[in-house]
Ligand binder design. Structure first.
Ligand SMILES: NC(=O)c1ccc[n+]([C@@H]2O[C@H](COP(=O)([O-])OP(=O)(O)OC[C@H]3O[C@@H](n4cnc5c(N)ncnc54)[C@H](O)[C@@H]3O)[C@@H](O)[C@H]2O)c1
Length: 409
C-alpha cells in the first residue's frame, strides 16, 4: 500500500517530450526543444482513414463518445450516434446552442440492452463502430447491478451479435474497456497480459464485455479492438455527481460562494492514471484505423500518474490562479477553502482499488503518445467548468456550447 508520504514523487515527465525544470524566479525554464513525436503525423493519417467514412458511435452523447463524434465530424466522417438519451435538453458536447455539431450528426435513440434497437440502426452499413454506451459511473453501477450487467456486459453481446448477422462487415469495432478490469494490483503497472481481477459491479461487468469483445474476434472473426482506458478528464464531462474532477469543479463554481473539493479519507492512498480527453480520442482513432490492431487489446496509459490528493491540490491551485484575472474575492475563498477531508463509512458495495497504473508501451509502439500535459489539460478543464457555471463574460473556447443546456437542465 502506498503512503501519503509518497505524494512528493507524483509528477511525471511532461508528455510532450519537453524537459521542463522547476520555476526559477517564477518562470518555468525549458531546457530542451521538443522532440518530434511519433504521433505528429496522426491528423493526416486520421483524415485519410475517416474522411467520407460512415461511423457509428454508441454512447455518443456522453463525455468520451461526444468528443470522438466531434473529432470525426471535423475529419469529414458521416457520424451516427446511438444513445439512450439523444434529447436536446441534456448536457452534452453534442448540444451546442448553435447546433453546429448536433446538426451534422445522425442521432438515433436506442438502448443497447434491446437487440431490436441495434438491429434497426445496423440495417445500414458502417465502416467503423466505436462502442462507448455503458453505465460509466461506479457508484451508479453499484446501485443498479442488474442494469449494469445488462448494459455493460450483455449490451456488448447484443451489439456484436447484430454485427455478426449483418450482411456487411465494418473495418473495426472498438470497445471502450477500462483499467478497472485489472482490479487491485500490488506491482508497478499492468500490461495487457496482466491477470484480470476486477471484482466490483462496474469492473466485473466491463470485464465481461472486454472478454466478449475478444471472444467475437477469436470465434467469429469480427474485427474487434479493445481499449483499456485509464481515467479520462477534460471539458464536457457532465458526470458531476461522482467523478473526481467534474465534481470538484462543480463545487468550486456552481454556487455564489465556492465550496471546497472533498477528499475522502479512505481515498488518501489512491493513485490513478489520468489522460486528457483529446489524447484518449487519438488512441481510439488510431486503433480503429489500423488493420493490425484488430483482435488486440491496448492499454491507454496516462500523461500523469498521481495520488488523488495531489490531483485535487493541483486543481485548487489552478482554479485560484485562473480566478486572479476574474474575481479576486472568489480566488481568496478558493485558496482559503483548500480541500476538505471527510470521513465516510465506505460506499456500500463499492470495491475501491488503491493503485492503478497502466503500462502503455504496446500502444506507444504504434506511434501513440499523449500530447497534453496534465497541467495544460487541467487548465483547459478548469476554464471550461468556470465558464459553464459562472456568468459571462468569463467564457472559454471549449465551453460556450453547454451553457444553454445547463440553463435548461
Ligand atoms: N470516463 C472515463 O474516465 C472512462 C475510463 C475508462 C473507461 N470508460 C468507458 O468509456 C465509455 C464512455 O464513458 P464516458 O465517460 O463517456 O461515460 P458517459 O456516462 O459520459 O457516457 C455514456 C453514454 O452511454 C449512454 N448509455 C448508457 N446506457 C445506455 C444504453 N443502455 N443504451 C444506449 N446508450 C446508453 C449514456 O446516455 C451516455 O451518453 C464507457 O464505456 C466507460 O465504461 C470511461
Amino acid at each position: 500500500m502506498t503512503s501519503i508520504a509518497e505524494l512528493g514523487e507524483a509528477r511525471v515527465a511532461d508528455s510532450s517530450g519537453l524537459v521542463v525544470e522547476g520555476p526559477i524566479g517564477g518562470i518555468a525554464v525549458r531546457l530542451d526543444a521538443p522532440a518530434p513525436s511519433p504521433g505528429d503525423d496522426l491528423p493526416a493519417k486520421f483524415k485519410r482513414s475517416y474522411a467520407g467514412s460512415r461511423v457509428l458511435i454508441t454512447g455518443g452523447m456522453g463525455f468520451i463518445g461526444g468528443h470522438v463524434a466531434r473529432r470525426l465530424v471535423g475529419l469529414g466522417a458521416e457520424v451516427s450516434v446511438f444513445d439512450a438519451d439523444v434529447s436536446k435538453d441534456r448536457l452534452s458536447i453534442v448540444n451546442d446552442p448553435s447546433e453546429a455539431l448536433r446538426s451534422r450528426l445522425s442521432l438515433v435513440r436506442g438502448d443497447i440492452r434491446f437487440a431490436a434497437d441495434l438491429q434497426a440502426v445496423l440495417a445500414v452499413p458502417f465502416d467503423y463502430v466505436f462502442h462507448f454506451a455503458a453505465y460509466a459511473v461506479i457508484e451508479c453501477s453499484t446501485q443498479h447491478p442488474v442494469d449494469t450487467i445488462e448494459t455493460n456486459a450483455l449490451g456488448v453481446v447484443n451489439l456484436l451479435e447484430a454485427l455478426r448477422h449483418a450482411p456487411w462487415r465494418p473495418k473495426s469495432i472498438t470497445f471502450a474497456s477500462t483499467d478497472k478490469v485489472y482490479g487491485e494490483m500490488g506491482t508497478s503497472s499492468y500490461s495487457e497480459e496482466s491477470p484480470l481481477r476486477g471484482i466490483g459491479v462496474y469492473d466485473a461487468a466491463k470485464l465481461a464485455g472486454d472478454v466478449f469483445a475478444r471472444m467475437y474476434s477469436e470465434v467469429f472473426g469480427l474485427p474487434t479492438v479493445v481499449i483499456r482506458l485509464c481515467n479520462v478528464f477534460g471539458p464536457h464531462d457532465h458526470n458531476v455527481a461522482f467523478r473526481l474532477i467534474p465534481k470538484a469543479l462543480s463545487r468550486i463554481y456552481r454556487g455564489d460562494d465556492p465550496e471546497p473539493p472533498v477528499l475522502y479519507y479512505d481515498s488518501l492512498n489512491h493513485w490513478r492514471d489520468y489522460i486528457y480527453v483529446d489524447d484518449a480520442v487519438d488512441a481510439f482513432l488510431l486503433v480503429g484505423s489500423r488493420n493490425r490492431c484488430r483482435g488486440h487489446v491496448y492499454n491507454v496509459a496516462a500523461a500523469t500518474h498521481a495520488p488523488t490528493a495531489q490531483i485535487l491540490k493541483d486543481l485548487v491551485d489552478c482554479a485560484a490562479a485562473l480566478e486572479a484575472s476574474h474575481d479576486p474575492k472568489r480566488r481568496a475563498a478558493i485558496e482559503r477553502n483548500g480541500i476538505r477531508i471527510e470521513m465516510r463509512n465506505g460506499v456500500p458495495g463499492v470495491v475501491a482499488i488503491d493503485r492503478q497504473h497502466l503500462d502503455g508501451s504496446k500502444l506507444r509502439a504504434l506511434g501513440f503518445a499523449p500530447k497534453t500535459s496534465f497541467a495544460d489539460g487541467l487548465a483547459r478543464t478548469v476554464a471550461f467548468y468556470r465558464s459553464l457555471y459562472r456568468p459571462p463574460p468569463e467564457r472559454c473556447a471549449d465551453c460556450i456550447d453547454d451553457r444553454e443546456a445547463l440553463a435548461r437542465a
